[in-house]
Ligand binder design. Structure first.
Ligand code: SF4
Ligand code: SF4
Length: 444
């Protein structure tokens, strides 16, 4: 009750049905190793990684396969002990064919990770720490897959006053972060301690929505008595996990349009990234696996699974008994996730969920004319005018769209969700943004 009273939130937003009950009580289990892993050299934002092994090489689990090819790039490690079988184009979940490395797992190997000595992170200068985070292959695990180390490189004159740890998991169906906080709260807190200390942050606050009260209690239990880390309960609302919304919810601070959290002295990381930081600095384990929620009416056995990166989606879904009713699989959450055109694509570092939907569960609303009801405006946490943006997008008026700050749209889909006329607002905006970016890069 006290918790509910002290819970914060941002203005606007929507309340989609949560659909978390099928997997929120299921402990994390480990998916068995499969025979072949496909690793795109680019599963993060930025430049693709550069291979340092060749077809035919034997590799160990956790061994570096590809190194960063620039600062905004990261390291790629083998998810299994085995052999590099090929480097070729293969299908990425986004539908494109991209350079990938294929690793055949050794069926006779135990695939146990051999822990290394802890790294003395306190002794590292900040640049050395950042180099380690890049070497660990860490990316934002909430979906965007932005290389984590880049966020830690504070530009001259900037400081990180507050570290924000995102434990909202506001997308329906997803429960991987919930289970992580419940089952490994010490790893989340330890990661927060490490990062807050290295960035010189005054405080670290873990934002968790109230529908995960058991996780709030578990993480609180691990907090050092007089440390700078706290847990902030948040009301349940979508899209609270979006960085700018989270900052607004927690501190009432507005990140101006076109600016980043760092412009208000804040760095935001996901709870999974914090646990991955702990795994790397305490036992040398780079990012070779992650927890994925597998759920939706199209699977008979929902689960929260530890899945090696590069595992084919088809194998994960078969393990969770995808049924004959399944019509569409979404990677990520239903609001911002990516519908897959093929199941023969790999799980990526940013894959938080695989959701299988039946025809009955797929929402194909009929589209009617906009009735100017304003519900999309009420839904938009970024204070945009979605109905106007949709109209301009249909009319292909790109200069006007630019003036209306279309590029600030985070494509959260809250407007589409709120629309009683079934106007595909976010789809129109997304397509317009892509055109504007293409035009911009041509002009450059
Ligand atoms: S306009 Fe963009 S940011 Fe606003 S609700 Fe729609 S998708 Fe979200
Ligand atoms: S919610 Fe739909 S119908 Fe209402 S103003 Fe927005 S686009 Fe128009």
């Amino acid at each position: 009750m006290t918790q509910a009273r002290s819970a914060k939130s941002f203005s606007h937003g929507v309340h989609p049905a949560e659909h978390k009950q099928a997997s929120s009580a299921l402990p994390v289990e480990r998916m068995p190793f499969v025979s072949l892993y496909t690793l795109p050299l680019s599963m993060h934002l930025g430049a693709p990684s550069r291979p340092v092994v060749q077809a035919g090489d034997q590799v160990r689990r956790g061994q570096v396969l590809a190194e960063p090819s620039g600062f905004v790039s990261t390291t790629l490690h083998s998810p299994a002990t085995g052999r590099v079988v090929s480097m070729d184009l293969a299908r990425h979940p986004n539908g494109q064919y991209v350079p990938c490395m294929m690793i055949e797992a050794d069926p006779f190997d135990t695939q146990q990770f051999e822990p290394a000595e802890p790294i003395d992170w306190r002794a590292l200068p900040i640049d050395g720490f950042i180099e380690h985070v890049q070497r660990a292959g860490l990316v934002g695990m909430g979906g965007a897959a932005f290389p984590t180390h880049v966020k830690y490189k504070l530009p001259e004159g900037k400081r990180c006053q507050r570290l924000v740890i995102n434990g909202c998991e506001c997308e329906p169906f997803l429960t991987c972060d919930h289970r992580l906080m419940l089952e490994r709260p010490a790893a989340v807190v330890r990661g927060a301690e490490i990062v807050a200390s290295k960035l010189g942050a005054d405080s670290a606050t873990i934002g968790v929505e109230l529908n995960k009260s058991d996780a709030i209690a578990a993480v609180r239990h691990e907090l050092p008595a007089d440390g700078p880390i706290a847990v902030q309960p948040l009301k349940v609302k979508y899209p609270q996990g979006a960085e700018k919304m989270l900052i607004k919810a927690m501190f009432g601070v507005e990140v101006p349009a076109g600016k980043l959290p760092l412009d208000v002295d804040i760095v935001v990381n996901n709870v999974s990234t914090m646990a991955a930081i702990t795994d790397y600095f305490e036992r040398g384990q780079p990012l070779v696996e992650r927890i994925v929620t597998v759920a939706g009416p199209g699977v008979d056995r929902p689960a929260n699974l530890v899945v090696p990166i590069g595992t084919p989606v088809r194998e994960v879904l078969q393990y969770c008994k995808i049924n004959h009713e399944a019509r569409q699989v979404v990677m990520g959450g239903p609001m911002m996730g990516m519908p897959l055109a093929s199941l023969d694509v790999p799980v990526l570092k940013g894959t938080s969920g695989l959701l299988a939907f039946t025809e009955a569960a797929l929402n194909h609303p009929n589209e009617y004319a906009c009735i100017q009801c304003g519900r999309c405006l009420e839904a938009c946490g970024n204070l945009l005018n979605p109905s106007r943006l949709a109209r301009l997008a249909r009319a292909e008026l790109y200069d006007e769209l630019h003036q209306e700050h279309v590029l600030d749209c985070m494509e959260c889909g809250a407007c589409t969700f709120a629309c009683p006329s079934g106007v595909p607002v976010v789809h129109l905006i997304r397509a317009a943004k892509a055109t504007i970016r293409k035009r911009g890069s041509k002009d450059a």
